[in-house]
Ligand binder design. Structure first.
Ligand code: TGC
Ligand code: FAD
Length: 390
C-alpha cells in the first residue's frame, strides 16, 4: 500500500490553525516511521511497544492539552488530532496515551494537591512514569456506582480492599488512580504506587482485541495508602466520571484515525485488485457504494469532532456532547473497518493490511469508556429528563 496522504473530502483541513496542523504532522510522521513498521509484530506477540514511551513523552503527547508541569498546552483540537493519528497506528497506542493523559494526569492536575502535582505530573508528562486508572470491577462495569472496593480511614492512612478489572497499563503502572468507596459512602480517588504492600496486578491473557496493549486486574488486600495520597479535590462519582469525559473526547477523534487507515487501505486495494474482465473491483457499483458510504461517514465524524473540539476549547462542551462524539465516531469506525475487511476479500483477514487488527481493536473501543448503548442512554436521559439505566 502507498504512503498515507490523509483523508479530507470536505476540506476540513482549512479549519485547522498552524498549531493544530503541526501537532497532526508530528504525530502522523511518528506513526508512519515508528509505529507502523513495528505494530504487527507487537500485535501478534501480544506486547505493548514500550520502546516508544519516552519518545512520545519527548514529542509532548502526554497530557498535551493540560497547562504547566512541562505539558505541551495544546488546544483540544490539536490534542484530538494527535489522538486521531495515534489510533491510525493502533488503538492500543491511543489507549496508552488516553489513560496517561485523560485518566491519570487529568485527575492529578484537577483534583490533586500541589505536592501530588509536583511529584507526578512531570514524570508522567515525560513518560518516565506510567499511570493507570482503576474504576471497573469484575461485577461493576457499566454501573461503577455499585463498586465494592472500600477505603477505610485509619489514623494516618487509608486501607484499601477490593478488585479492579480490565485496567489498561495495570501491571506496568508506577501509579494507579484508584476509585474506592469510603466509610461515609462517598467515592474518592487514591494514588496507589507500584510496590505498595497488599497491591498486586495480574495481566489478562487470551485477548483477541487490543493485543498491543496491556490489560490487567488489580487487587487490594489490606493495602495501606498514606493519607496524603487521597485526591482531595473531588468526592462522589463525579470524580471518575469527569475523567471519562476527557478520555471519551480523545476516543471520539481516535475513531476517525482507525477509520481513515481502513478506508485508505480499502480504496487503494479496490483500485488495484482486478476481477471479471480484468476490471478493478472499484469499477463495480456495489464497491463504489461502500467506498462512498465510508468517506461520507468519516467526513461527518470529522465535522462533529472539530465542532465538539472547538466547543471544548471555548469551555462550552457538555459531557453529553462528548458522549455523542464517542458513540457516533467509534460506531462509524467499527462499521468502516468491517466494510474495509469485506472489500479486501481473503486478504482482509491477514495482518499485512491491518484492517482486521483495527476491526478487532474497535470491538474494545466500542465497549470501554462507557459502551455504545450507555452513551445512547446518557443522550436519552439528557433529551427526555428520564434516566433509563436501571
Ligand atoms: P449520575 O447520578 O448520573 O452521576 C453522578 C455524578 O456524576 C456527575 N456526572 C458527570 N460529571 C462529569 N462528566 C460526566 N460524564 C458525568 N456523568 C455524570 C453527575 O452530575 C453527578 O454529579 P453530582 O455532583 O450531582 O453527584 O451517576 P450514575 O451512577 O447514575 O451513572 C450514570 C452512568 C451510567 C452514565 C455512568 O455510571 C457511566 O458513565 N457508566 C459507564 C462507565 C464507564 O464509562 N466506565 C469506563 C471505565 S474507564 C475505561 O473504560 C478506560 S478504557 C481506557 C483506554 O484504554 O483507553
Ligand atoms: P457490562 O456493564 O456488563 O455490559 C454488558 C452489556 O450490557 C453491554 O452491551 C452493555 O451496553 C449492556 N448494558 C449494561 N447496562 C445496561 C443498561 N442499563 N441498559 C442497556 N444495556 C446495558 N476500565 C477501567 O476502569 N480502566 C481501564 O483502564 C479500562 N481499560 C479497558 C481496556 C479494555 C481493552 C477493555 C475491553 C475494557 C477496559 N475497561 C477499563 C473496562 C470498560 O470500561 C468496561 O468493560 C465497560 O465499562 C463495560 O463494562 P462491562 O464490560 O462490565 O460490561
Amino acid at each position: 500500500m502507498g504512503a498515507f496522504q490523509g483523508v479530507d473530502f470536505l476540506d476540513v483541513d482549512a479549519s485547522f490553525n498552524d498549531e493544530e496542523l503541526l501537532a497532526r504532522r508530528t504525530a502522523r510522521q511518528f506513526v508512519d516511521e515508528c509505529v507502523l513498521p513495528a505494530i504487527d509484530q507487537h500485535y501478534r506477540e501480544g506486547t505493548f511497544p514500550m520502546e516508544l514511551v519516552l519518545q512520545m513523552g519527548e514529542l509532548g503527547f502526554f497530557g498535551s492539552n493540560l497547562q504547566g508541569y512541562g505539558c505541551a498546552e495544546m488546544s483540544n483540537v490539536a490534542y484530538g488530532l494527535v489522538m486521531q493519528e495515534l489510533e491510525r497506528g493502533d488503538s492500543g497506542l491511543r489507549s496508552f496515551v488516553s489513560v496517561q493523559s485523560a485518566l491519570v494526569m487529568y485527575p492529578i492536575h484537577t483534583y490533586g494537591t500541589d505536592a501530588q502535582k509536583q511529584r507526578w505530573l512531570p514524570l508522567l508528562q515525560s513518560g518516565k512514569a506510567i499511570g493507570c486508572f482503576g474504576l471497573t470491577e469484575p461485577q461493576f462495569g457499566s454501573n461503577p456506582g455499585g463498586m465494592l472496593t472500600r477505603a477505610a480511614r485509619h489514623s494516618n492512612c487509608y486501607v484499601l480492599n477490593g478488585e479492579k478489572m480490565w485496567i489498561t497499563n495495570g501491571s506496568i503502572a508506577d501509579v494507579a488512580v484508584v476509585w474506592a468507596r469510603c466509610e461515609d459512602g462517598r467515592v474518592r480517588g487514591f494514588l496507589v504506587e507500584r510496590g505498595t504492600k497488599g497491591f498486586t496486578a495480574r495481566d489478562v491473557h487470551g485477548k483477541l482485541s487490543m493485543r498491543a496493549s496491556i490489560t490487567s486486574g488489580l487487587s487490594f488486600n489490606e493495602c495501606e495508602i498514606p493519607a496524603e495520597n487521597l485526591l482531595p479535590g473531588v468526592d462522589g462519582l463525579r470524580g471518575p466520571l469527569s475523567c471519562l469525559t476527557q478520555a471519551r473526547y480523545g476516543i471520539g477523534w481516535g475513531g476517525i484515525g482507525a477509520a481513515m487507515a481502513c478506508y485508505d487501505t480499502a480504496l487503494q486495494y479496490a483500485k488495484s485488485r482486478k476481477q471479471f474482465d480484468n476490471k478493478p473491483i472499484a469499477a463495480h457499483q456495489l464497491v463504489q457504494d461502500k467506498l462512498a458510504w465510508m468517506i461520507t461517514e468519516i467526513s461527518k465524524a470529522q465535522l462533529m469532532a472539530l465542532h465538539v473540539g472547538r466547543l471544548k476549547d471555548e469551555g462550552r462542551a457538555e459531557p453529553v456532547h462528548i458522549s455523542m462524539l464517542k458513540m457516533n465516531n467509534v460506531w462509524m469506525a467499527r462499521e468502516v473497518a468491517r466494510m474495509a475487511r469485506e472489500l479486501l476479500g481473503a486478504n482482509g483477514i491477514v495482518e499485512d493490511f491491518g484492517v482486521m487488527r483495527h476491526m478487532n481493536n474497535l470491538e474494545s473501543v466500542y465497549t470501554y469508556e462507557g459502551t455504545h448503548d450507555i452513551q445512547r442512554l446518557i443522550i436519552g436521559e439528557h433529551i427526555t429528563g428520564i434516566a433509563a439505566f436501571a
